[in-house]
Design a binder for this molecule. Structure first.
Ligand SMILES: Cc1cc2nc3c(=O)[nH]c(=O)nc-3n(C[C@H](O)[C@H](O)[C@H](O)COP(=O)(O)OP(=O)(O)OC[C@H]3O[C@@H](n4cnc5c(N)ncnc54)[C@H](O)[C@@H]3O)c2cc1C
Ligand code: SF4
Length: 479
């Protein structure tokens, strides 16, 4: 994993740009079918080991906000530049998308349908969950059907969750997570320290602890400190990827190119390459999130075994999605707003994170400035999301009715949920999508786009498990 020393190895079967969720799971799937393939990974950041991250209290020495521009007052974004991308900073919460999320146009007349169904992706969800040793409970299968149990048992829920699960077994389920519920050969058990961005225990799945097979595979070369600036495309075929490494510029040649530089930098690379599908960069979005606290009478919380212990689906799906976004509710086993001050009642509070889906809008987009820097325009979320926030807030009393509620207090809107999506959307029709159902670019046929950039619609579920499953599927279909 050295910095680039020169183009010593000629052409590769696979040249992969970026090394986050989308890229790593694509390589994993590709090598399953083509174990002798030669793979080159070009990664802008360096290898910040777990030890380095714990010592420095951050994931990278590159400030992500220095890698793009945004007009004043526009939305904030959050991501990691470094080997392993988002596997470093993520919290490891891994719900699948809901079957309805793939068909919102058909079911509710909004957004864009995905070019595949939940059932198409289900076997790849199972494979991604196995790779990441996901913990979860059997209860979830009633909401999100599964063909195999979770690899690890569920985390211990809190006293609050236990009341909720008893009253609402059809909605309230243990969280699905890549934070280990029991020790595995790769990771110790999560002990609910609630500092997951840099987990001191190394209990969540990361590049370092989860992809040793790729790191130790001599056929896979990781070149770090290599920022891909553009692709050289001739007659609809990528010939080389050009990259900067310190003061020098070089290029890498290959048969198949995989673009996984995240939903801001992937479209920027395409725009700088002159690959100008009209939807390139268009529709960038994420969910809208806010925090509330449920103040309780006589019920002590915070006895769960991980940072977030349960997910509530009561406000997620239904005919209301014709009018406004659905919401998923995370029950937290931490106290971001402090404990209660009243003597003896410190733990009588349930902090919740509510996440509402947005509708992608074409005016929100990634462009590139004349000096090549990405510029992200995102002035505001859709009315659909704003109404979703209002309706979910109004619906919370019904959700938490089984609890001894004293009062519900709104705490804060989040400036970002750190889930960048949808700037290179997938679909069967080239007039409404950039990549096809196998994630191959509609007009550059040896270029695969991976990562959350390809999401054609938002969903309120966290994206990374779906990114991983999509990459495994695409790799299997293409290898
Ligand atoms: C603090 C935080 C918490 C999160 N928690 C969760 C969670 O609990 N659950 C969940 O599902 N998701 C979570 N996410 C979101 C998750 O990280 C992303 O959804 C996921 O990483 C997207 O995968 P990707 O492959 O599209 O991009 P990334 O994983 O971001 O990978 C992009 C890669 O490209 C590299 N790169 C960028 N530009 C270039 C270039 N020009 N040349 C070469 N390489 C380049 C980057 O360094 C990076 O390695 C979280 C994110 C953050 C920031
Ligand atoms: S809750 Fe604590 S131990 Fe578990 S993954 Fe987060 S930081 Fe690590």
């Amino acid at each position: 994993m050295d910095d680039h020393q020169g183009n010593k190895n000629g052409r590769f079967d696979l040249v992969v740009i970026g090394s986050g969720f989308g890229s790593l799971f694509f390589i994993e799937g590709f090598l399953k079918k083509r174990p002798r393939a030669r793979v080159l990974v070009l990664e802008r950041g360096r290898h910040y080991t777990h030890g380095w991250q714990v010592q420095h209290g951050r994931n990278s020495d590159i400030a992500h906000e220095q890698t793009f521009r945004s007009p004043e007052g526009h939305k904030q974004w959050n991501f990691t530049i470094g080997l392993g991308g988002g596997t470093n900073c993520w919290h490891g919460t891994t719900p699948r998308l809901h079957p309805s999320d793939f068909r919102t146009r058909t079911l509710y007349g909004v957004g864009q349908d995905w070019p595949l169904t939940y059932n198409d992706l289900e076997p790849y969800y199972v494979a991604a969950e196995r790779k990441m040793s996901i913990a979860g409970g059997p209860e979830m299968a009633a909401i999100l059907p599964r063909s195999a149990p979770f690899p690890l048992p569920p985390h211990r829920m809190t006293a609050v969750d236990r009341v909720m699960l008893k009253a609402q077994p059809e909605f309230h389920v243990p969280v699905a997570t890549a934070r280990a519920s029991v020790g595995t050969t790769e990771r110790p058990r999560c002990c609910a320290m609630a500092r997951c961005t840099v987990c001191p225990m190394d209990a969540k799945f990361t590049f370092d602890n989860g992809f040793r097979n790729l790191r130790e595979n001599p056929a896979v070369e990781f070149r770090v400190g290599c920022e891909v600036t553009h692709l050289d495309v001739v007659n609809g075929t990528v010939r080389t990827a050009t990259y900067r490494s310190g003061a020098r510029e070089d290029e890498a040649g290959g048969e198949l190119f995989v673009l996984g530089a995240n939903a801001i930098h992937s479209p920027a690379i395409l725009l700088r390459s002159g690959v100008r599908h009209p939807l390139t960069g268009v529709g960038i979005h994420e969910k809208v999130a806010y925090s509330v606290e449920i103040l309780l009478n006589g019920l002590d919380n915070f006895d769960g075994s991980t940072i977030t212990t349960a997910i509530n689906y009561m406000l997620y799906d239904g005919a209301f999605r014709k009018e406004h976004g659905g919401a998923v509710i995370y029950f937290e086993n931490r106290w971001p707003h402090g404990l209660r001050r009243e003597f003896g009642r410190w733990r009588q509070v349930a902090p919740l994170t509510v996440v509402v889906e947005d509708l992608p809008q074409d005016r929100n987009r990634v462009e590139v400035d004349p000096d090549g820097m990405p510029r992200v325009l995102h002035e505001r979320v859709s009315d659909y999301a704003t109404l979703g926030v209002k309706r979910s807030l109004a619906g919370l009393a019904k959700v938490v009715a089984p609890l001894p509620v004293e009062r519900i207090e709104f705490r804060a809107m989040w400036p970002t949920l750190s889930h960048i999506q949808g700037s290179l959307r997938m679909g069967a029709d080239p007039s409404s999508s950039v990549v096809d159902p196998k994630q191959v670019h509609h007009s550059v046929r040896n270029l695969v786009v991976v990562g959350s950039a390809v999401f054609p619609s938002c969903s309120c579920a966290s994206p990374s498990l779906s990114v991983a499953a999509l990459s495994l599927r695409s790799a299997e279909l293409l290898a």
